[in-house]
Design a protein around this ligand. Structure first.
Ligand code: C2E
Ligand code: CA
Ligand code: CA
Length: 631
């Protein structure tokens, strides 16, 4: 940092030189004090010889001074203060010099050394300002005056520079802060999006759905809440893998978004379940919309190169004008309607009605009662004979569960087994059935016992091992135990089921495929399962005399069974005509009220020993149903 002197009189330069020579020798503390008074206390903290490190630059003409400043700028060896004489013939005057220097360097402090008759300061300030960087010294000046001014200005110049640098850093920091602020805001909105959206489909999630629903419920508009569940989704997931499952979910979400009424919301509530929320003039219109949506879902999708037939079941509730709506309750009701829809098949739309609530209450009562049924000794088994076609000899008994409650009287297995199956109760109950029927079996001379197993029991971990253990404990030969399972139990996870059946068969157990004809199994596929017999569902036997179709089904099942070397048991034989028709068709075994209703164990033992219920002519006295009595 240097000090520039621009003056056309060489004598003046000497005079400046003298002024600065005495600075910094520490003899003049009064000067520092003066400077401090003028420009602030910090000047007092200046080093002892501030000006010695600022050599003088001398110019005898204005243009020379301008050139010196330009060079200083270029060489980055800046000039802090310039003392400029006003009159410098023949060249440019002090005002012009100041203006040009200012144009080159906005930081430099200019001290105009002026006589009384020269320019008014305002005129110079106009071209060489700003005013706080422009100073005046009257000629002739005192040495002390110049010293003081130079000291103060150099210091101030340094301060200004530091300040500018600090401002720049600060500005950069502000920019950085702003950027961080933007980033934070972006992060926040991303977090908000994540919290309210499903990552797989980008659709709103359960939380967002609940919020939107709560908001709608507060408004005065009529709207509908629908729960959508994809049909066969588990199957796609299990057979084609999770990636395919994800793909199907995305595709389905797209279909829903395209088919939901305008302005409606499609949210993914989890798994393969979606929620719809849309305004509607009423229940019928909403139901029609849902039917349309279900139809749109029933289409074939390309999923990872596979054709998958999609489908959706929908449960729906629409609000009435002026009714109070609790959002949680609306969702619950739509859910109940969905359960109902799923229970009835696939691709079905159900509108909630109060009966569904009633059903739920009943189911709960049953579930609670059932959980203590074994302890209260309310369960029993009835045994229904299975007879051979010709002489109607009893070859086995099907064990059928009975529940006699104190509170509600007898409750049929058709009612309580599905409920037990939806909870873990089925295992406890199933274990009891198995143990009890094995105990009874040992009292029979030759017959087998046919035990029903629900799909969940069949799929239970260690199913085979448990069964073997129980049979061994009872001291029973597995060939005298027949396992009845339904098509649903084996076709949902066919490979695993085939393996389980094979193992059971290896152990000697008999396997019967129950309710055959009512499921979705292809007749062709049953070949891969190790089976002993097919049980033709009662509904076909019942329809045999009335509908050509039923008769045709019965005939083809019998044919199929024979072709595969399987026994065929006709269930629900009630009339002599049915018996004769089945005999002609070649059915190997029969079961039904015509021969015997399910009977208590004592009576079962009796007829097991005699092996016939009649003289063998094929006509039988109908036996009492025992449903209400324990065995
Ligand atoms: P299912 O396995 O199809 O059993 C045959 C059903 O038909 C029995 O009803 C039986 O009483 C009835 N039945 C037999 N012959 C005739 C007839 O000639 N006419 C008519 N109308 N019905 C006849 P039930 O005992 O009410 O059992 C109903 C269902 O409950 C059974 O159907 C079976 O799926 C289930 N179930 C019964 N006991 C058990 C069990 O211990 N475990 C499991 N998992 N399910 C069981
Ligand atoms: Ca059965
Ligand atoms: Ca059956």
């Amino acid at each position: 940092m240097r000090i520039l002197i621009v003056d056309d009189e060489p004598a003046m330069h000497d005079s400046y030189r003298r002024s600065f020579a005495s600075v910094g020798d520490g003899i003049n503390p009064a000067l520092d004090a003066m400077a401090a008074e003028l420009f602030g206390a910090s000047v007092a903290a200046l080093p002892a010889d501030p000006l010695q490190s600022f050599p003088l630059v001398h110019a005898l003409q204005g243009m020379e001074g301008v050139a010196a400043v330009a060079a200083a700028k270029r060489d980055d060896d800046p000039i802090a203060v310039a003392f400029i004489d006003v009159r410098m013939p023949p060249g440019i005057d002090g005002r012009e010099t100041a203006a040009r220097i200012r144009a080159l360097d906005p930081e430099i402090h200019l001290v105009i050394v002026t006589g009384y008759s020269d320019f008014a300061p305002i005129e110079i300030a106009r071209v060489a300002g700003p005013a706080d960087k422009l100073f005046y010294i009257a000629k002739p000046f005192e040495v002390a005056e110049v010293q003081q001014m130079a000291t103060a200005l150099v210091h101030r110049w340094e301060n200004d520079r530091e300040l500018t640098a600090a401002r720049l850093t600060l500005a950069a920091q502000v920019v950085q802060l702003q950027e961080q602020g933007h980033e934070l805001a972006a992060n926040e909105s991303r977090a908000m999006h994540l919290a309210s959206h499903d990552s797989l489909t980008e659709a709103p999630n359960r939380l967002a759905f609940r919020r939107a629903l709560a908001e709608r419920a507060r408004s005065n508009v009529q709207f509908a809440v629908a729960m959508v569940d994809l049909d066969r989704f588990k199957l796609v997931n299990d057979t084609l893998g999770h990636l395919a499952g994800d793909e199907l979910i995305r595709a389905m979400c797209g279909v829903l978004q395209r088919s939901v009424p305008e302005g409606g919301m499609v949210a993914r509530l989890g798994g393969d379940e979606f929620g719809l929320l849309f305004d509607t003039p009423g229940q019928d219109a909403a139901a029609a919309d849902c039917e349309r949506i279900a139809k749109a879902c029933a289409t074939t999708f390309k999923v990872l190169g596979h054709s998958v037939h999609g489908g959706a079941s929908i449960g729906l509730i629409a609000t009435e004008p002026g009714e109070t709506r609790d959002p949680v309750d609306l969702m619950r009701r739509a859910d109940l309607a969905l359960n109902d829809a799923k229970r009835d098949g696939r691709g079905i739309v159900r509108v909630f009605d109060d009966g569904m609530d009633e059903t739920i209450r009943l189911r709960r009562t049953i579930e609670t009662g059932l959980s203590g049924a074994i302890a209260r000794d309310e369960l029993s088994l009835a045994y229904q004979p299975i007879v051979g076609r010709e002489r109607l000899e009893i070859v086995g008994f099907e064990a059928l569960l009975r529940w006699n409650t104190d509170a509600h009287g007898p409750i049929g297995p058709d009612v309580f087994i599905p409920i037990a199956e939806e909870s873990n109760l089925i295992h406890e109950i199933g274990d009891w059935v198995l143990r009890e029927s094995l105990k009874v079996l040992v009292e029979w001379p030759t017959q087998y016992v046919s035990i029903n197993f629900s799909p969940r029991q069949f799929r239970r971990h260690n199913f085979v091992a448990r069964l073997v253990e129980e049979v061994q404990r009872a001291g029973v030969d597995p060939t005298r135990v027949q396992i009845e399972i339904t098509e649903t139990a084996i076709f949902d996870d066919a490979d695993r089921a085939a393996e389980t059946l094979y193992k059971l068969r290896q152990m000697g157990f008999r396997i019967a495929l129950d309710d055959f004809g009512t499921g979705y199994s292809s007749l062709y596929n049953i070949r891969k399962f190790a089976l002993d017999c097919l049980k033709i569902d009662r509904s076909f036997i019942d329809g045999m005399g009335r509908e050509r179709e039923s008769a045709a089904i019965v005939h083809s099942i019998i044919h199929l069974g024979r072709a595969l070397g399987l026994g065929v048991v006709a269930e629900g034989v009630e009339s002599d005509a049915q018996l004769q028709a089945l005999r002609v068709a070649g059915c190997s075994h029969m079961q039904g009220f015509l021969f015997s209703r399910p009977v208590p164990k004592a009576f079962a033992r009796q007829i097991a020993v005699t092996r016939f219920m009649t003289d063998g002519s094929g006509t039988l006295p109908l036996l009492e149903d025992d449903r209400a009595t324990s065995g």
